[in-house]
Design a binder for this molecule. Structure first.
Ligand code: GUN
Ligand code: ZN
Length: 427
């Protein structure tokens, strides 16, 4: 038994539905007991010290013990091309992304990038990642292999593309099905790993490929399915040209069995009212990628409106369309994007999105994203005074939320004091 002492923060309810003070459980001098990779108990430091007098103690003082951050959408193969200048989505894919993704055909390079990716995400306090790999099986093996070595929870899958991509980055409908199936059988539910069926997005798949991936999902309903939707207006126009019979972008996916609970829809910025209603009704998950949406110039996700309508929403870096590996920088961008739409997100709402919100989007809220006893001991310890600028602002704070907000807005990997993964200290 180990006892971690510090401030603790977890959510009993959704702060988009209940006031922050009700939804969040904050303890100024709290404690988390961990044993066998799980959270065994949660309470005040005094109570838990008395209850477990022999426990080994890690005293984090005034630092914050949080559930580890959960990144609900990323492209680990784009690690080495993050922050590439000057393009909008389709040009950015063709100029920077596709040439780099082609390099992951080489297993050694794929391992190098996957290892680099997990070291960066862990250093930023992220304990669960959800990633697109490349079309190559080697890239999926490298991703899961490097995650498994580190004991971290990882979701991902082979990106499928059989048109509108360079020749060396295309599969076929049949090989996409066969390779995805083989990888799924190899990795799904092994240790802390989950396979995600992954058509990149409607423009890079033929109807035949979308159909076989819909069938594969039907055959494997415990898998999630991830893709992109309505990120940029040019992309939406292109989809309308490619699929003239579809009512809208969502209808393309719907026509091939690629909608329903367990669908992870990245970006979802320019949705029509019909699409919003259908996504809500079928309980699909939306994934907000704010640093990407500003970096690639995509637009403003309607967090306030979608959350109010009861959507399941996760938060994500979208590495390397996104400009940071840090979920703190991502929370800051979510705050700024919402401000541009006239809504100030509460710090509790931002923290919820990066922990329990993403866990709910991934349908893993019974395991991660919380300090509730019985859940997995993935914990990130945050220094709330990690730089002189943050420290001087937090020093004047009168409430916990006011002390937390400067770290949300100005924090990065310097704020990450320790990271516990499955009950083990990793960083
Ligand atoms: N849409 C299709 N592929 C991608 C990608 O790699 N990144 C982003 N941001 N959008 C996409
Ligand atoms: Zn993406």
């Amino acid at each position: 038994m180990k006892l971690l002492l510090g401030q603790t923060l977890t959510f009993g309810e959704n702060p988009f539905e209940a006031p922050a003070e009700v939804a969040a459980h904050h303890e100024t001098r709290g404690a988390v007991a961990i044993r066998g990779g799980l959270i065994a108990d949660l309470g005040t430091a005094d109570d838990l010290r008395a209850r477990y007098p022999k426990a080994e103690i890690a005293d984090y003082g005034e630092a914050l013990i949080s559930p580890g951050f959960i990144d609900a959408h990323a492209h680990y193969p784009q690690t080495a091309i993050i922050a590439s200048w000057g393009k909008r989505l389709i040009d950015w894919l063709n100029t920077y992304t596709f040439p780099e993704e082609a390099r992951l055909v080489d297993a050694a390079y794929a391992h190098d990038i996957a290892g680099r990716y997990f070291d960066l995400t862990l250093a930023n306090g992220t304990t669960t990642t959800t990633s697109f790999c490349t079309i190559h099986k080697t890239s999926v093996d490298a991703y899961f292999d490097e995650a498994q070595k580190r004991g971290i929870r990882a979701l991902g899958g082979k990106t499928c593309m059989d048109r509108n991509a360079p020749k060396n980055l295309m599969d076929t409908a049949q090989s996409a099905y066969d390779d995805s199936k083989a990888l799924l059988e190899k990795w799904h539910r092994v240790d802390r790993l989950s396979y995600v069926i992954t058509p990149r997005f409607a423009p890079t798949s033929t109807p035949e490929q979308l159909a076989v991936l819909g069938a594969l999902w039907g055959e494997n309903p415990t898998c999630l399915m991830q893709t992109h939707i309505s990120e940029q207006v040019e992309e939406i126009d292109w989809v309308a040209d490619l699929f003239p019979k579809a009512r809208d972008y969502l209808d393309v996916y719907d026509g091939f069995g690629l909608t329903g609970p367990g669908a992870l829809l990245g970006h979802a910025i320019h949705l029509t009212p019909r699409e919003r209603a259908a996504i809500r009704e079928r309980d699909m998950s939306l994934v907000h990628c704010p640093t990407s949406n500003t970096f690639i110039g995509s637009g403003l996700f309607d967090m306030a409106g979608l959350a109010q309508d009861g959507h399941r929403i996760g938060l994500a870096t979208d590495t390397g369309g996104g400009s940071s590996f840090s979920m703190l920088r991502t929370m800051a961008a979510a705050y700024e994007v919402a401000q541009l739409s006239g809504h100030a997100l509460h710090p509790a709402q931002l923290w919820y999105l990066a922990t329990m919100g993403s866990a709910r989007a991934l349908r893993l809220d019974d395991k991660i994203g919380t300090l509730t006893p019985g859940s997995e001991a993935d914990l990130t310890i945050i220094d709330l005074a990690s730089t002189p600028a943050i420290s001087q602002r937090a020093a004047g704070a009168e409430t916990f939320w006011e002390a937390l907000f400067p770290t949300i807005m100005m924090g990065d990997d310097r704020a990450i004091r320790d990271v516990w993964v499955g009950g083990k200290l990793r960083v």
